[in-house]
Design a binder for this molecule. Structure first.
Ligand code: ADP
Ligand code: MG
Length: 485
């Protein structure tokens, strides 16, 4: 699309995110809540919607929703009322979902994201409410029929509804990444979009810049990755701008994203929208949450990515980039947290994790939980470098691989066995320097005549003579001193 035309428009996006809670059992029954079980095994009369059965509130869901609400600075409602959202669908045996309608557990609050130009931006939250998942209709296993798996029916969800504060597909991407990071840090959802434990509907509209009102919004569904949410939004933006440019009026509708074709397809229009006929759930008593309960959830909150980010940049003096990478995954951050208990060289600790450790993990398809080297051992390796005993190149290329083979062996012992301990003793370095000067009189003369770049060559000779064991920093300094004499 012509950038000039696109530039006339402002994009407005609000996201509705569903997160499956990592509770042991379902929201209103004792059925096991797990992904990937044999279809229709984690069911009971309650989740099958048999007449006369009664729901029973899983209080863990409330605790998890409050955890999320507190992390986002929301106001937590004291009285929890539940409502029925009625519709007919084969994967919804009860004929309704139990949800919260007018009284969401959390209101207000915000998620802080990075914008395209790296600035921080606050995306307001309208609400977070608790509800239950429906079962799953499977269309692609049987050639003739749609199959229904009710294991998912009754799995607890929170729905996080954002204000229409998002202004680009990249911001939507960053917002979702932030939410996924947050629910993982909070241990309330595994954040797996491919398995559907985190799902997102995107509401998208466009308007001419400076227009007083928002444009007509379109809701896009069925994106199974954060990247696909971004693609779907990007497609919608272009489609809508082109329609407006042609003088068409957009209709409020729900569209489905086709990931293969990269396009959105109309599912239903506003006129055909469901009327859910919400009414209060008569089988669940309202639940009261008191301040004591909120305080104790607050007291047990794990460290959040934002807190760690601020600690790394403000207290440890790391760059924003480093802090961002280190806090991106909770397990990496936890490893780093323990590593900095063992070493005060924070920058080096960060470099090891972002460099050698991460590439080892990526290369072997492992998570940091499976990383064999303990924080104490890695810190001992860092200390070898800091003490000038080995160069960082040797540490990375020789000792680190040996340590991976033998994670409990002392790095110093490994260095000794490999015979890679550096000579930082001034006298022995001076002896090498004398040899270099004796063997390369012409180069030394040219250096003294002003060809200062010859230090590189002479350093190379020195390293060769010492078989790479002379401490490069000390050698470099001493060599220059001797050459200037
Ligand atoms: P509905 O009643 O259709 O569900 P809501 O007002 O509940 O609509 O909003 C649902 C989502 O759509 C929210 O995330 C909200 O921020 C977003 N939204 C509302 N209006 C617009 C708009 N004009 N453009 C883009 N997103 C919007
Ligand atoms: Mg809505």
């Amino acid at each position: 699309m012509n950038p000039e035309i696109r530039d006339k428009y402002e994009v407005v996006i609000g996201l509705e995110v569903h997160a499956q809670m990592l509770t042991k059992t379902k929201a209103y029954s004792n059925d096991i809540n797990e992904f990937g079980a044999v279809p229709n095994t984690n069911v009971s009369v309650v989740s099958l919607g048999h007449p006369g059965t009664l729901p029973m509130m899983n209080k863990k869901t409330i605790e998890y929703a409050i955890r999320l609400g507190l992390a986002c600075g929301c106001t937590i409602a004291r009285d929890q009322y539940f409502a029925r959202k009625n519709y007919f669908y084969p994967d919804l045996p009860k004929g309704y979902q139990i949800t919260q309608d007018k009284t969401p557990i959390c209101t207000g609050g915000a998620v802080i994201i990075k914008t395209e130009d790296g600035k921080e931006k606050s995306i307001g939250l309208t609400r977070i409410h608790m509800e239950e998942d429906a079962g799953k209709s499977i269309h692609d296993v049987d050639v003739f029929d749609t199959l229904v798996d009710l294991n998912r029916a009754g799995v607890p969800l929170v729905e996080i509804v954002s204000e229409p504060d998002i202004r680009s597909s990249q911001e939507a991407y960053n917002y979702l990444s932030e939410i996924r990071k947050l629910v993982r840090y909070l241990d309330i959802c595994d954040g797996n979009m491919e398995e559907g434990s985190l799902r997102c509907d995107a509401n998208v509209s466009v308007r001419l810049k400076n227009a007083p009102e928002f444009g007509t919004k379109v809701e896009v569904k069925n994106m199974n990755s954060i990247r696909n949410v971004q693609r779907a939004i990007e497609y919608e933006i272009i489609r809508q701008i082109e329609a407006v440019e042609k003088g068409e009026t957009l209709t409020q509708e729900t569209r489905s994203f086709d990931a293969l074709k990269g396009i959105t397809i109309s599912m239903r229009t506003k006129e055909a929208a469901n009327d859910y006929r919400y009414f209060p759930e008569p089988d669940l008593q309202p639940l009261f949450v008191d301040q004591k309960q909120i305080d104790s959830i607050q007291a047990e909150m794990p460290a959040l990515p934002r807190d760690l980010f601020l600690k790394y940049t403000k207290e440890l003096g790391l760059s924003e980039y480093d802090a961002y990478i280190l806090t991106d995954s909770k397990s990496i951050a936890l490893y780093f947290e323990e590593l900095i208990q063992c070493t005060k060289n924070y920058k080096s600790a960060a470099n090891w994790i972002m460099g050698d450790v991460k590439s080892y993990l990526n290369h072997n398809g492992l998570e940091i939980e499976q990383f064999p080297i303990s924080q104490e051992q890695l810190a001992a390796l860092i200390k070898l470098i800091d003490d000038g005993k080995v160069s960082s190149t040797v540490a990375s290329q020789k000792i680190f691989p040996a340590l991976l083979e033998n994670p409990s062996k002392n790095p110093l012992t490994i260095a000794e066995e490999l015979n890679v301990i550096q000579e930082s003793d001034e006298n022995s370095i001076l002896q090498y320097i004398q040899q270099v000067i004796d063997q390369n009189p012409a180069e030394v003369q040219r250096y003294r005549d002003g060809e200062k770049q010859l230090t590189g060559f002479l350093m190379g000779q020195l390293m060769k003579l010492s078989k790479g064991k002379a401490d490069p920093k000390a050698s470099n300094q001493l060599l220059r001193e001797q050459l200037e004499n």
